[in-house]
Write a protein that binds this ligand. Structure first.
Ligand SMILES: Nc1ncnc2c1ncn2[C@@H]1O[C@H](COP(=O)(O)OP(=O)(O)OP(=O)(O)O)[C@@H](O)[C@H]1O
Length: 259
């Protein structure tokens, strides 16, 4: 496995020899790579290769599965988050997540974005108003919803709901945004909007995105990690993965020979 080390960029995560088991079954094997700040890192690979499992290790959401066991290191912010001392509330504030299907709370548009800051102790209405406006602007939703902030989020279109979920994840000012196939339930226009948004957001945050869509990975990501049967086969600049990959299995996958 060839690995690119980009010495000019700040590492946000450094994953070392990460193994993960569901009961007796190993799902991630000796995963080793860095994730850089202000980049989009795409995680690609065929169904069942461990993409979702991997992305959910980065905020320890995977630990909610009772049979999960992990070894190795996931270094974030100078700490190995696999050590027992990790404060999960703090970790999830810094590492936000957006899922495949938009999942707004059945509350108003305003309340969806206000929820996280409130949980983290912000009480003043003016301050929360400011966060709601800023984050809805960040996801280019403000103009579409500013006159109906107090109506239900469930009344938005799928693409708008997904942008709202991104605004909700950004409301606690995370360092990283994890996106697990964020556009697979969306129409092509909403997909393009989320891709443009991701390119904008990487200026302020790091993004790790699982995608089945090769064109999407090639269009917007800086680095690509190719997983196969729980192993990281290749991690490199996206341009390299899609033009001159080092491993034949990567080439076969990105050229559609299997998957
Ligand atoms: N909660 C779980 N309990 C037991 N095994 C699981 C669990 N979640 C995933 N697995 C197994 O772990 C392996 C990796 O699954 P994972 O969902 O991470 O793959 P994926 O690459 O995201 O797949 P897809 O592209 O289909 O979403 C699979 O063999 C899967 O069956």
């Amino acid at each position: 496995m060839k690995q690119v080390i980009d010495s000019n960029k700040k590492e946000i995560f450094n994953i070392k020899k990460l193994n993960l088991w569901y009961g007796e079954d190993i799902a991630l094997k000796e995963i080793d790579f860095p994730i850089y700040n202000n980049e989009i890192t795409a995680i690609i690979g065929p169904s069942g290769c461990g993409k979702s499992t991997f992305i959910k290790t980065l905020n320890l959401m995977v630990s909610m599965v009772p049979t999960v066991r992990m070894s190795g290191e996931i270094n974030f912010d100078g700490k190995n988050i696999l050590s027992n001392k990790m404060d999960l509330v703090d970790l999830r504030k810094k590492v936000g997540m957006v899922f495949q299907k938009p999942n707004p709370f059945p509350k108003t548009i305003y309340e969806n974005v206000a929820y996280g800051p409130r949980v983290h102790g912000i009480k003043k209405k003016a301050e929360i108003d400011e966060i709601v406006e800023k984050r809805l602007k960040d996801v280019f939703l403000w103009d579409e919803v500013k006159d109906r902030l107090n109506t239900s989020a469930m009344g938005l279109s799928g693409g708008q709901q997904q942008r709202l979920c991104i605004a909700r994840a950004l409301a606690t000012t995370p360092d990283v945004l994890l996106m697990d196939e964020p556009t697979s339930a969306l129409d092509p226009i909403s997909t393009i909007k989320i891709e443009e948004l991701a390119l904008e957001l990487k200026k302020k945050f790091s993004i790790v995105m699982v995608t089945h869509n090769m064109q999407q990975a090639a269009r917007i990501s800086d680095k690509t990690a190719f997983f196969l049967m729980g192993e990281l086969i290749e991690y490199a600049d996206t341009s390299k993965i899609f033009s001159t990959p080092s491993d034949k299995r990567t080439e076969d996958y990105v050229t559609g020979k299997f998957g």
